[in-house]
Design a protein around this ligand. Structure first.
Ligand SMILES: Cc1cc2nc3c(=O)[nH]c(=O)nc-3n(C[C@H](O)[C@H](O)[C@H](O)COP(=O)(O)OP(=O)(O)OC[C@H]3O[C@@H](n4cnc5c(N)ncnc54)[C@H](O)[C@@H]3O)c2cc1C
Length: 575
């Protein structure tokens, strides 16, 4: 590389979900600028395993940890998960995790965005202010949806509106339990039973394509360097960011700004390796301190998930579906599930748990409502699959995913109060960071997780759905779970039985967030406090959990950052 070609105006580090959006938009908004996108992994944008959504289980499951497109960010042993290390994959290729994820496309509640706005210190993070960005992203599948809430010209095409054989049955059982049908969960209150949307684009009557970031955002005006991991950010003595140092030792320079978008685990590691982080942590590894930023790497949280498998009474009825059989128009050409059931836990039952954790006091002022008690906050989400997703031969040898014998329900804890962190193994960029989300380390979190699972069991036990279900199929005793015998769970299982299953099998569906938060590490324009010319934009920026799967919001935040850099905030984008 010549001296001239090592200088750019903007360097975006991390060509993942947010990074691609920012690089693409900057090259369009500022066409005379030289924009460089640096990605650690390869470019597999058009590879069939990435574009075909049903290849997803292979890309991200534990069995595929050796896959070069998936990096394993497994945690340290988790005290409240039987001291298990929890497998946590992320994409390591152009498009990042958007190239390997499940494509579920969700907005959170107004209340969640308001809380983020409060913590970040700016109203640009409220639902109303983000709504134009949500609309800008999408070509929404439902042409009859309200124009006020949906976009129909955005780069990301979505699919929804499914009609699987169990649809009405599940809806009726959910309604018996008080979950009303929510015709559009994207309008700021997802509570209830809502149709699933996925960010896939119909390619034919029987196939669809994943809408990962580099597939849908134009990169022709961007200088893209793949297989080019960055080791650290370069900052001069006046605390001005000047560029980046690659793992191979080369240096590249940015005359205007560097944006770090390497995801929740790698972004804080790169900041710390660059001398921006908690001073004690940096000193431990003899890293010269540029900025003592105590919150870098702190505030790690993630959605915990437990999946249960239910044997069908009569598999020949065709209610359970093999994964590959669902790419049909009547099934919305998506994956075999159609509902998200978002639910709140009543304040009266949550308050004692929050008090036990010392998060509220009995004498508190009514004005100081704990965020978990605000209206429209969805504490958990249950989603039924017509397919035994993630069942493994090691634990569930009797489940054959291809023969339609089982359905599954995943329970997801959306609003964790537990906070962990990312710290350094060493001062070397070659070493993975230490990842400790401290899953389920508060009483309230354990209670929410248990309630979510009990609600899934109640759904399965309620007619008419119960008429089709034989029983839950528990994991078999194996050396992997200390040969523990787990009884089949039912709606009458004790709290202890449910908790034991959670401790043994809870996992993550890879939504870590929070380690370079707006309001602490970053100002409200995503600038790293104390340094000039450096921003962060990826899943690490959330100061508070988002009660929804995060990728839609991360795409939107990428759009916001591009607008801020290009001085376009508030202008409507027609691209
Ligand atoms: C298996 C799986 C399923 C998921 N399912 C869903 C879902 O259905 N719906 C949903 O909303 N969310 C889902 N998620 C979460 C969602 O995909 C992520 O939260 C989101 O994509 C994260 O975006 P990001 O920009 O923070 O990071 P990423 O998209 O992960 O991008 C980070 C990029 O930085 C690169 N990078 C890292 N280190 C370096 C370095 N040193 N130098 C250069 N580049 C570097 C990485 O290779 C990667 O490309 C899922 C995630 C996974 C892993």
């Amino acid at each position: 590389m010549t001296a001239e070609s090592s200088v750019f105006d903007y360097i975006i580090v991390g060509g993942g979900t947010a990074g691609v959006v920012i690089a693409s938009r900057l090259s369009t908004y500022l066409p005379t600028s030289r924009v460089l996108l640096l990605e650690a992994g390869p470019d597999a944008t058009s590879h069939p395993s990435v574009t075909n959504p049903i290849a997803f289980p292979g890309l991200s499951s534990a069995e595929f940890q050796g896959n070069s497109w998936t990096v394993d960010h497994s945690t340290v042993p988790q005290e409240h998960c039987n001291n298990r290390r929890i497998f946590n994959p992320a994409g390591r290729l152009l498009s990042g995790s958007s190239a390997i994820n499940v494509g579920i496309w969700m907005r959170a509640s107004r209340t969640d965005y308001s809380l983020i706005a409060e913590k970040a210190g700016h109203e640009r993070f409220t639902f109303e202010k983000l709504l134009p960005y949500f609309k800008r992203l999408e070509t929404h599948w439902d042409k009859d949806a309200e124009l006020r809430y949906h976009g129909f010209e955005g780069p990301i095409h979505t699919l929804g509106g499914r009609k699987y054989p169990l649809r009405e049955t599940i809806q009726r059982s959910a309604e018996v339990l008080g979950h009303h049908y929510n015709p559009d969960a994207m309008k700021g209150d997802p509570t209830g039973l809502a149709d699933m949307t996925q960010c896939f684009r119909a390619a034919s009557e029987s196939s669809s394509e994943r809408q990962h970031s580099s597939r849908v955002y134009e990169l022709s005006g961007v200088h893209v360097m793949c297989d080019t991991p960055v080791a650290r950010i370069l900052v001069d003595t006046s605390k001005r960011t000047t560029g980046v140092e690659l793992v191979d030792g080369r240096k590249l320079y940015a005359s205007r700004e560097v944006v770090l978008s390497c995801g929740t685990q790698k972004t804080p590691q790169i900041l710390m390796l660059s001398g921006i982080g908690p001073k004690d942590e940096l000193s431990k590894h003899n890293i010269p301190i540029i900025i003592d930023s105590p919150a870098v790497g702190q505030n790690l949280f993630d959605h915990s998930a437990l999946t249960l498998y239910f044997a069908l009474k009569n598999p020949k009825q065709g209610l359970g579906l093999p994964f590959e059989g669902t790419m049909k128009p009547e099934y919305g050409q998506g994956m075999p599930w159609e509902f998200n059931i978002f639910a709140n836990i009543p304040a009266s039952t949550l308050e004692p748990k929050l008090a036990h954790d010392g998060l509220i006091s009995a004498s508190r002022d009514k004005e100081e409502l704990h965020p978990h008690l605000r209206p429209q906050r969805c504490h958990f989400l249950n989603f039924p699959f017509y397919f035994p997703i993630l069942a493994t031969p090691s634990y569930n040898p009797s489940i054959n995913p291809l023969t339609g014998t089982h359905i599954a329900i995943t329970s997801l804890h959306l609003l964790p109060l537990s906070r962990g962190g990312i710290s350094l193994h060493s001062a070397s960029a070659d070493d993975a960071p230490i990842i400790d989300p401290r899953y389920l380390s508060t009483t309230t979190d354990r209670y929410i997780m248990r309630t979510a699972v009990q609600e899934a069991l109640a759904l399965i036990s309620t007619p008419p759905l119960s008429n089709h279900i034989l029983c839950e199929t528990p994991p078999i005793p194996s050396p992997l779970n200390n040969n523990t015998i787990f009884p089949a769970l039912t709606a009458t299982s004790s709290d202890d039985e449910v908790d034991a299953r959670i401790r043994a099998y809870v996992q993550t569906i890879a939504h870590p967030m929070g380690t370079c938060a707006l309001g602490t590490v970053l100002d409200a324009e995503f600038r790293v406090k104390g340094v000039d010319g450096l921003r962060v934009c990826d899943a690490s920026v959330f100061p508070e959990p988002l009660g929804a799967m995060p990728s839609l919001t991360i795409f939107a935040l990428g759009e916001v950052v591009a607008d801020l850099i290009a001085g376009r905030e508030g202008r409507e984008s027609k691209l």
